[in-house]
Design a protein around this ligand. Structure first.
Ligand code: SF4
Length: 316
């Protein structure tokens, strides 16, 4: 299946790319990012702390709750407040950020961390660990549907596959729908993504269908709702049971075309996948093979068959 010509644009915390920009002069290079993902996307690196003029090495900073507001301050001196500078840095980068299809962030940072960031009181006492880095807070406010993930979480198979799936779907949506908004564009996009969404969230698959059916005359608001719902649906890792359900859907289309032996082989592969003896790539490859011999335009356009570049090896 032909993939979109342009590679997705992915924002990334510079230290995850291996740049020595951390407070202690180190980096947080992610092997998956630099050795695998780098071939299939264009990275837009940024170190927000260096962006606001901080040197390397630098004093540590953290998030403090002051007058019910979260502020980014020096960890020893609450009066050294970097919040306004970070907001200005973010605003200045908005034109660039609005072109992104996803963001890879460095965990545990009071600027870039997506979750479980320590939040301190104005006096420096630890209040809780449920905060987000300030740069991420701004990113989420401005681009709530943008696929984001942290370096550490990308080591988890399910989270990694979910992020990469969202990243390429988001990129595709911008190209196919946002840039040429029409009911036809929405219907066309939805047709391609039906099986993929079903593999993650069957309820959302139905809700998205209803949204598209009522799109005429309100394409802009429908497109926004569609993207929000779709990104939400793809954000929770899926499982073998849901994939098996989709594989059986594909199988149903071949009832009349395949001979007995081919049907048997396909059933066996799906069953072996279901029981964990084969990777997803095995039945998917067989389905693609049958589609070559028995073309079916609806099935052939399904992104499920290749939601992201195969060489990323996520279904192996
Ligand atoms: S986590 Fe963010 S702010 Fe900290 S060094 Fe990495 S890129 Fe810079």
């Amino acid at each position: 299946m032909a993939h979109t010509i342009n590679k997705p644009l992915v924002g990334i915390s510079s230290c995850v790319l291996g740049e020595k920009v951390r407070y202690d002069g180190g980096h947080k290079r992610s092997a998956f990012v630099t050795d695998s993902l780098a071939d299939f996307v264009r990275f837009v690196p940024a170190c927000p702390e260096m962006g606001i003029g901080m040197p390397v090495p630098r004093p540590t900073i953290h998030i403090r709750e002051i007058d019910e507001q979260q502020r980014l301050t020096d960890s020893r001196d609450a009066n050294l407040d970097h919040t306004d500078k970070m907001q200005a840095f973010f605003s200045a980068r908005l034109p660039q950020l609005s072109k992104l299809d996803g963001y890879v962030l460095a965990a545990k940072s009071p600027s870039c961390g997506m979750e479980r960031i320590k939040v301190y009181s104005d006096k420096g006492e630890l209040l809780h660990r449920k905060g987000q880095g300030l740069f991420v807070q701004l990113l989420k406010q401005q681009f709530p549907d943008l696929p984001m993930e942290e370096d550490g979480r990308l080591n988890d198979e399910g989270l990694r596959e979910s992020f990469i799936t969202r990243l390429f779907a988001y990129h595709d949506f911008r190209q196919q729908v946002t840039e040429q908004l029409s009911t036809g564009a929405l219907v066309g996009f939805h047709s391609q993504y039906k099986m993929l969404v079903m593999a993650y969230n069957p309820q959302a698959y139905q809700a998205l269908g209803r949204l598209v059916a009522g799109a005429k005359g309100q394409e802009e608001v429908t497109a926004r709702q569609y993207l929000t719902l779709m990104m939400h649906a793809l954000s929770k890792p899926t499982n073998r049971r849901k994939h098996t359900n989709v594989l059986m859907h594909f199988q149903g289309y071949f009832k009349k075309q395949l001979d007995k032996a081919d049907k048997q082989e396909l059933s066996e592969q799906i069953d072996k996948y279901r029981r964990g003896y084969l990777p997803l790539m095995a039945p998917v490859t067989l389905l693609r093979h049958h589609l070559k011999n028995h073309p079916n335009s609806y099935l052939q356009q399904q992104r499920y068959l290749q939601p992201y570049p195969e060489a990323l090896g996520l279904r192996g």
